[in-house]
Write a protein that binds this ligand. Structure first.
Ligand code: SF4
Length: 257
């Protein structure tokens, strides 16, 4: 079963997805706690803006197949399951249309002003899960984001193929017998597994300890048989000085020399 939690983790880092699927519990960092609290407070504030204060959110059935016969407008915190997908959806808006079946639009919330590709992929996952569970046409997915609570509409049909590819990568990872290589990345500082992964990288003297090294450069070095920081250090050659500067002293020589 590919769940929202596993897919979101995979989009950030395959190792995180593997650890979560094995039941490992992230310890969390100060930053991750702060980021989670910020997202939660943003979600609550957005709910207040969207949902009428008098009536509150409507009660929707837990069974999506019944939604077509119900009359709610907003349903909070619903889980939609298909044969192999499970989407946790923060808010679903039911849009009624005269003479046509209702549409169900999942709404995500992101406190950041700038949306990432992962946010859009997750919105597409939620919308496609609803379409699969209800047997309806692929609808839209919305993301409310940023200080101004702007609404971004995700073109789910356009992302469908890429999303299915990602979901099958997660499925292969979940059924693989060996874990993926630990490679430190930009998501690490906000990941609850940071201490564990950093220790693994230090023990392996892994190239990813160089945060300025891009994935492309690391792959190029690995192709040349360079896997560790020590191996890379041996490739260092001081730049040759031109004959014109040979008589001049070195610029950055320590005072003690
Ligand atoms: S700490 Fe970094 S490498 Fe480890 S699981 Fe988290 S994101 Fe992945």
């Amino acid at each position: 079963m590919v769940t929202s939690r596993l897919l979101e983790a995979f989009l950030a880092c395959p190792v995180k997805c593997h650890l979560l699927s094995n039941g490992e519990v992230p310890f969390g960092t100060e930053y991750s706690a702060w980021a989670a609290a910020r997202e939660e407070s943003y979600r609550r504030e957005s709910f207040r803006k969207l949902i009428s204060q008098e009536t509150g959110p409507d009660i929707a059935s837990t069974e999506p197949a019944l939604w077509k016969h119900e009359s709610w407008q907003f349903a909070v915190g619903k889980t939609v399951r298909t044969e192999s997908w499970e989407a946790e959806i923060a808010l679903i808006q039911r849009i009624t249309q005269a003479g046509a079946p209702s549409r169900f639009v999942p709404i995500r919330f992101a406190a950041k002003n700038r949306l990432t590709a992962s946010e859009k992929t997750m919105a597409a996952f939620e919308a496609l899960s609803i379409a699969k569970a209800l047997g309806t046409k692929i609808g839209a997915g919305k993301i409310v984001h940023g200080e101004k609570h702007a609404t971004f509409s995700v073109n789910v049909a356009a992302l469908s193929r890429a999303l299915h590819r990602k979901v099958s990568l997660v499925a292969s990872l979940l059924s693989a017998t060996s874990p993926p290589d630990t490679v430190l990345n930009r998501h690490c500082p906000e990941c609850g597994f940071y201490d564990r992964c950093r220790k693994t990288a230090v023990d392996k003297d892994d190239l990813s300890l160089f945060s300025s090294l891009t994935d492309k450069e690391r792959t190029r070095y690995r192709g040349k048989g360079i896997f560790t920081v020590s191996q890379l250090a041996y490739t260092f050659r001081p730049r040759r000085r031109s004959k014109r500067l040979a008589a001049k002293p070195e610029r950055y020589v320590s005072q003690q020399e």
